[in-house]
Design a protein around this ligand. Structure first.
Ligand SMILES: [Fe+2]
Ligand SMILES: [Fe+2]
Length: 318
């Protein structure tokens, strides 16, 4: 039997020989490792087509999954198996050099049981949503703004080339950036420009929000976003006056799109700017907003893809 890739063998392993001229779908599983057997029972003898059909919840879906597998020799599929959430990985490894057999290729497939992590993820994003609703109850105008921030942040993180986990998190936690405003709801609802004293209280909202999530496992990125979204690349921001890469990437992303949304949105005390004026302010500065406030790489990506951010605002305006 061909050797298993040690990195791969941390998962439940199923494997079957693929002989020359023998279709993959009729290949039977001839090995099930203990981790896999403990969860799914002994699948030895099952045909791969049957396994695919089970995983894909139906013969038709199983067949198309099999086609995908044949095309790429490598698939990753998340589905449910026997009531559990599973991640199914499969690939063909070339083992022509294996002198033990006439096998030209070997199917190696792994099943990761991700039930616990799926539940934890749901709990985590549920917590984020509950906090967002609390913020919404405190201030309705902010509610629409914070939903848009999720979308812009997801887009900018994607353009930046962030990994999938980062993108998934920022798309759920960006909405918490202003959670600290719950504490100052009376001030931010005033239908006029704020006094100097009132504004200095408003500037404490990152610290108020930071305290709400500090030290909570799973909410680390939420903390970064809350604390860093008013920090500026040139060090002129608040609450800590961080600079450049001292500011977390999540904070830099949310900080930029937050400024964009604030400029294109009207508030009780200010009118909105049109999209062209907003772009010019962000690119060239107007004294209050300056291009030196932003991560240059993110700023470039933002400006190059400006219309995509505008579309999100148009779609989610009301
Ligand atoms: Fe804020
Ligand atoms: Fe904001």
């Amino acid at each position: 039997m061909a050797r298993f890739d040690p990195d791969f063998s941390i998962f439940g392993i199923l494997a079957g020989d693929l002989l020359p001229g023998k279709p993959i779908e009729t290949t039977r599983i001839d090995y099930v490792n203990q981790a896999c057997a403990e969860i799914y029972g002994d699948l030895t003898g099952m045909e791969f087509s049957e396994l695919f059909a089970t995983i894909a919840e139906g013969t038709e879906a199983g067949t198309s999954l099999m086609e995908k597998f044949k095309e790429s020799g490598r698939i990753s599929f998340e589905g449910k198996l026997f009531g559990r959430f599973v991640k199914f990985h499969s690939r063909i490894i070339d083992c022509r050099d294996d002198d033990a057999c006439a096998i030209t290729q070997y199917i190696q497939a792994g099943i990761t049981d991700i039930t616990e992590s799926v539940i934890l993820k749901k709990l985590l994003y549920g917590t984020s949503e509950a906090l967002r609703r609390a913020a919404e109850a405190a201030d309705d105008d902010t509610a629409r703004h914070i939903s848009r921030i999720n979308e812009y942040s997801k887009l900018l993180a994607t353009l930046q080339g962030a990994d999938v986990t980062f993108i998934e998190k920022i798309a759920s936690f960006a909405q918490l950036h202003d959670i600290g405003k719950i504490k100052i709801a009376q001030i931010i609802r005033l239908p006029r420009e704020l006094t100097r004293e009132e504004f200095s209280v408003v500037k404490k909202h990152p610290s108020f929000g930071g305290k709400m999530v500090k030290g909570l496992e799973g909410l680390e990125m939420a903390y970064d976003i809350i604390m860093d979204h008013h920090e500026k690349w040139d060090g002129s921001g608040y609450p800590r006056g961080k600079k450049a890469e001292e500011i977390t990437l999540a904070g830099r992303i949310v900080g930029l799109v937050d400024v964009f949304d604030a400029l294109v949105s009207s508030r009780p005390y200010k009118k909105s700017y049109d999209y062209d004026t907003t772009r010019a302010i962000i690119a060239k500065g107007d004294g209050r907003v300056m291009p030196t406030h932003f991560d240059p790489q993110l700023l470039q990506l933002f400006l190059e893809n400006y219309q995509r951010f505008v579309s999100i605002h148009r779609k989610m305006k009301s």
